[in-house]
Design a protein around this ligand. Sequence first.
Ligand SMILES: [Zn+2]
Ligand SMILES: [Zn+2]
Length: 530
Amino acid sequence: MTDKTTRAERLAMPLAREVVRDLAMEHGACIRPIQLRRRNLDTGEVDQVLVPCGNTLAAACPACAERARTLRAVQCREGWHLGDEPDVQPDPATEDQKWWITLRAEAQQHRDQAAAAGTDTTDFDELITELDDQITNSGIRGKAAPAKPARRHRSTRRRQDAPDLPRRKVNPRTVGKTYTAPDGKTFRPSLFVTLTCPSYGRVGEDGAPADPQSYKYDQAARDALAFAALFDRFVQNLRRYLGYDVQYFATIEPQKRLAPHVHIAMRGTVARAEIRRVLAATYNQVWWPSTSTVKYDGDQLPVWDPGTRTYLDPATGEVLPTWDQALDELGDQPHQVARFGVRFDAQGVLAGSKDASRCIGYLTKYLTKQVGDCHHPETDAARAHAARLAEALRCQPCTPTCANWLRYGIQPKNARPGLVPGRCKGKAHDPDHLGYAGRRVLVSRKWSGKTLADHRAERKDWLLSTLGVSATDPARYAWEAVAPGDPDHMDHARRLLHAVADRARWQAALIEARRRAADMGDMLPPRRAA
Ligand SMILES: [Zn+2]
Ligand SMILES: [Zn+2]
């Protein structure tokens, strides 16, 4: 090779940075490592530690997303066939937690005194909201006091078009029944259930409707928005109907027609006929104003009047009804009644079986992707379908404060200047989410008896003990974030190089530890064939 290379030759050479990035991915290293400064409190020694970014989306960091997915699979597996009641006694409150609750108590007292004296309570209400957030952040579940009761009372009478469900008292038991076969063997089956949205019109293989004109896009959009609430209803009904505290690990993902569906690993088993019965009785009603007529569209939009802090009709200057006024005028028809589709899938699964692994694979398959990223339209019809659904989602109000209410001639709750219908920033309107803005994994509280952090800590302990390394004592170190301006800040390229080196070293150590364990195994009596 001569010293001189042609431009073409140079272009054909791999780019160093890309090689590092690819190598990082190959080694399963985080590609966005975060730099922390670690100070040893005994010796004063300072070193730099790179911690993984922890992103759950493969598009952001494949290695971290894959680790998060496997952790969910572990969590799913551990709870599914639990034979003993999990221990979920809450920990006693820490000093920090007690301190936040004390502040919250004082704030409540001041607020109530102000209210009794007829003075403005806005500041106290804001303070209480902030303190509630702090209390949640400190690791306390629930609220210190229930939220203000809703101003309106809606009929809680069952809908006439939904069958009634017998109710049993819910027993605190969370584990399923054990069955004994004639040969004395016992087994405890659990269930894998998939629930879908109803039909909005027939769809083809590619997920696109056979007749786009009659496909119910608005209903599809509204159902996606209410999907999490509907799932909650189903669980409530199921528990009341079966009479025990049914536990679940569920994941929500889109079908090819881009409607959400939910896969549920359920502890214990239920007959299909019973699920059908619970499904038929399950619905979720949303009491919002009607969106059947579009009042303002295009460039004829309501205008904000800074004087009265209200939105006005652009032509007549008339004040639009406020959110509260619109609710006062609601009839006895809800804005929406969401239901699951009548078709569902349910199969019994035994602990440790191949089926169990396959189902856990299903349950966690798409967790590293955004909802809108799970399926890519392959035909023109499917692309047109995705576009029409996105348009329907853009126009549906996502919450009472959504700017889209202006489109239907109603001022959103807490109206403020600058609201433009169709431009709400709510996550649900984003094509990435397809109307579903909630969490992707829904786990009941008594599933495995452990939090995700507990599962993560167990995995770390396993790794450390396999490697024969003792964990660092957290009390001996102080950690600080390293800012871009700091003299010891490493740029991304350097961090990535370090991450690759760290990872390669760990992997080599793990292989070595496994080899040693295998050698030890050779000296032990051979394992009994299963
Ligand atoms: Zn990462
Ligand atoms: Zn919105």
